[in-house]
Write a protein that binds this ligand. Structure first.
Ligand code: XIL
Length: 362
């Protein structure tokens, strides 16, 4: 907070002061095919690093806050107390997106991994429905008319939890039962009838028995939501890739086309690639990552229901993978389209080429 107030960061007015060059950025290549390209980012990086902000404005046509719309991931958090909301950070990101004519998307209204410390001692089976409704109504209404899409429910499937329906044993499930998912979509739809409402999940990309089971569980979930008239419009394929072999082109294709046949759109919401585990020189390491991007996007973009691709970060300078999946030899991870100095890498070329080769959806 003090950092924000102290002037250590660039302020929103300065976002407006730089020109955006347009030497065929990813956003334009995507747009030529009727697609959106964008990234997740954290507000403090956007505000403190002009080169980064500039790169985002240049390359992206859609932006999603990595932390600021979760209940409790940023500082200050969106939900500081049971009765209050703090929209300062998310509002400023929405303004940034608007200034640079980017769409703005929301991530995420319900996620078991982003619950404030007050949640467990405050929310009970008796009042949980009220908390869910108040949160979704308040947050969705705030951005109504300014939001492209909302990840209404994130990662609600976990087969290891052993339920027949495949649902994760999350606090929301414990408190409200499986209907919490339908309720969340209905409340979001009432609060903003125009937003594209998305169910978002991971672990669906590879040719493994676990991925097979998870794909099936998700199809079952989406089918049952559609069958009961839940206002769900799209599926979010996170796409955190392992950079290993075993990409399941046929199964992935088939999965995406089954989702499309339910009448749902598809967004690739969190694409990035964990590099190979072996220590490798950067040119080889980068090449393997780039190939992973291109192979994946070639499969995914063949599905006409796919309308957007977002990477989970734009530059290697800021990526959750440096903590979540560091390299064993201690050298920096390089999972994103731009390197740490905002230069385009092989991964950028791979994504650009995949957009250039994608079928036109217009
Ligand atoms: C991650 C962020 O990138 C991290 O900085 C944070 O600490 C944890 O969450 N799936 C999701 C995202 O849906 O919200 C996660 O983001 C990455 C995995």
């Amino acid at each position: 907070m003090s950092k924000l107030a102290s002037g250590a960061y660039l302020f929103d007015s300065e976002f407006k002061s730089f020109p955006v060059s347009s030497d065929k950025p990813l956003s334009e290549r995507a747009a030529a095919k009727g697609l959106l390209y964008g990234t997740a980012c954290r507000r403090h990086n956007l505000c403190s690093d002009l080169n980064y902000a500039r790169a985002i404005a240049r390359e992206c046509s859609i932006l999603v806050p990595e932390w600021e719309l979760k209940w409790a991931a940023s500082y200050p958090p969106l939900r500081p107390t049971p009765d209050t909301f703090n929209f300062t950070l998310a509002d400023s990101m929405a303004d940034f997106a608007q200034t640079y004519r980017m769409q703005f998307r929301g991530h995420t209204l319900l996620w078991h991994l982003s619950l404030p410390s007050w949640f467990a001692e405050t929310v009970t089976a008796q009042n949980a429905e009220g908390y869910l409704i108040k949160h979704i109504k308040t947050v969705v209404k705030r951005y109504a008319g300014r939001i492209h899409s909302w990840d209404v429910v994130n990662e609600a499937v976990e087969l290891k939890d052993g339920r027949i329906d495949g649902l994760r044993k999350s606090p929301w499930l414990d408190l409200l039962g499986p209907d919490y998912i339908d309720l969340a979509f209905r409340v979001a739809s009432a609060a903003d009838p125009k937003a594209l409402l998305v169910y978002n999940d991971y672990g669906l990309d590879y040719d493994t028995p676990e991925a097979d089971k998870k794909r099936q569980a998700i199809l079952n979930l989406l089918e049952s939501l559609k069958a009961r008239g839940t206002p769900i419009h799209a599926f979010g394929l996170q796409g955190h890739l392992g950079g290993r072999s075993g990409l399941s082109s046929d199964r992935l294709r088939n999965f995406l086309s089954q989702i499309a046949s339910l009448g749902l759109k598809i967004l690739v919401t969190e694409l990035d690639v964990v590099g190979p585990k072996l220590p490798l020189p950067n040119n080889l390491y980068d090449r393997l990552i780039a190939i992973t991007y291109e192979d994946y996007l070639n499969v995914v973009l063949d599905e006409p229901a796919v309308i957007a691709v977002l990477t989970w970060g734009l530059s290697d300078r800021y990526t959750w993978l440096s903590e979540f999946a560091p390299r064993k030899d201690g050298s920096p991870v390089r999972p994103l389209p731009l390197d740490a100095n905002m230069n385009r890498k092989l991964a950028w070329n791979a994504i650009a080429r995949a957009f250039d080769n994608a079928p036109n959806r217009m």
